[in-house]
Design a protein around this ligand. Structure first.
Ligand code: FPP
Length: 255
């Protein structure tokens, strides 16, 4: 696949993906929903490798939301097993492609096997610099903002009596994905046009790309199509088009 036509300045630094449509993909084929998730893992690999090849700095995938616990018990348990399997199988590939793995979300409720594996994979890949792959598991955007404020008050107790210390910058420093920064491009597959409580704070100025493709059908070509669409967007961050053209955006914002 040819990425050379997209200039480096028009690439998003942080791409986040809501991987939706596994269940419908399976239903269309009269397969159990779990089979859709299994096929979804292939798309996870394709998307990760495509992002790495394209030179994306940070890729964040929504694997399991805080709300997904309400799904049937066998589906929840299959998703957990897939998570274990992904971490086991992918560790050598992450190292090969120089990808650092991080997990964001309330992992305290996961079983010890999964928690150990997460810690081990994060540790094993901690020296990788090519790209950061963040898996959001038991994650919710509102949970993230609430935990950031709690952590801020815990680490900087003076803020309780000086509420002016609680601002966008200090909350931002305590968010679960403090290593990834704002989302530039948010992709959602499966034809729905909503954020579903994903990275609410970090997506304040994200370009939102919705595609009808179901997640198991998402390929390197699909990822490239999203990057091309993004490269054609004008990011204004509240300014006018004329201001952007005259270079008024603070550095690090826009192309
Ligand atoms: C949404 O599809 C998808 C999920 C809730 C899970 C995503 C999980 C994977 C792709 C596999 C595991 C991946 C990792 C990285 C551990 P849906 O079931 O809501 O689909 P539907 O809307 O068609 O029902």
């Amino acid at each position: 696949m040819n990425f050379s036509k997209i200039s480096e300045q028009s690439l998003p630094g942080h791409v986040a993906v809501i991987m939706d449509g596994n269940g419908r993909w399976a239903k269309q084929r009269r397969l159990p929903r779990v089979e859709g998730h299994r096929r979804g893992v292939r798309a996870v690999n394709a998307c990760t490798e495509a992002a790495r090849r394209a030179g994306i700095r940070s890729l964040t995938l929504f694997a399991f939301s805080s709300e997904n616990w309400k799904r049937p018990a066998d589906e929840v348990s299959a998703l957990m097993s897939l998570f274990v399997q992904v971490l086991r199988v992918q560790q050598p590939r992450l190292l090969k492609y120089d990808i650092r793995l991080r997990v964001a979300g309330d992992t305290s409720v996961f079983n010890p096997e999964l928690r150990d594996l997460i810690a081990e994979t994060e540790q094993a890949t901690s020296g990788c610099r090519g790209m950061t792959l963040t898996i959001c598991a038991n994650y919710g955007g509102r949970w993230d903002i609430a935990q950031a404020v709690r952590r801020l008050l815990w680490e900087e107790p003076l803020a309780a009596s000086h509420p002016e210390m609680i601002d966008e910058e200090s909350i931002g420093r305590h968010l679960a994905l403090d290593w990834a920064g704002d989302v530039d491009l948010l992709i959602r597959t499966g034809g729905e046009s909503r954020l579903s409580n994903f990275l609410l704070w970090q997506s304040a100025y994200a370009e939102l790309y919705f595609t009808p493709e179901l997640w198991p059908d998402f390929t390197e070509k699909s990822f490239l199509a999203a990057l091309r669409w993004y490269a054609g967007r004008e990011r204004r961050f509240g300014l006018t088009s004329e201001q952007v053209a005259s270079g008024a955006l603070p550095s690090g914002r826009g192309f």
